[in-house]
Design a protein around this ligand. Sequence first.
Ligand code: GAR
Length: 216
Amino acid sequence: MSRLHLGILGSGAGSNMQSIMDAIDAGTLDAEIKIVMADVEGAKILERASKRGIKAMHLDCSPWKTKLEGEAEDRCIEILKREGVDTVALAGFMRIVKPKLLAAFPQRVVNIHPALLPAFPGVAGWKQALDYGCKVAGVTVHFVDAGTDTGPIIVQKAVPVLDGDTPESLHARIQIQEHLAYPEALRILASGEWRMEGRRVRYRDGAGTEGGRSSM
Ligand code: GAR
């Protein structure tokens, strides 16, 4: 078991980061958030982090609109390393991360996606599932690889699609599960009780449950 030193990248409200902070505060996740960066100036995720006394900063990613590359990527890696980050958690970060960042943190960049991958990668996974007519939607926490939402899956949670659902109501129910799934996935990483078999992330039963950090 080893404490995670997290760097969090986001773009928006930061409710997933909030769930990670809450799990740390509750003593159910052995981690420390070293730095939070957002590509959107004034994003609420930055405000939430600062309020908690966590270092938070805007990362200017121009000229790119949809990816983290070039000078911004170099700067991001430099800051993450300087702050002692060993695990990068994308929490609503609406940009594609590129191989350089992944190489700087091998098997240590994770993402949360609001759909049951491999279905509905990309933008607004919940709306894609609803429009498709799915009866079950959900959330995936996965390692990031060079593709878009294609990396090995750590945790998934299913959410039923209800007859009266709108994109907003479905997303709200998915977010409830996101806030359980992200701390759970990070607990698995912190437990050290996992291994990769091909694409399969294998872990001891209960490794992600609260307090489930005893040795395998
Ligand atoms: C979450 O629903 C997350 O799954 C999604 O953005 C939202 C961020 O919410 N991420 C993606 O769509 C990534 N492709 P938050 O800022 O409140 O955590």
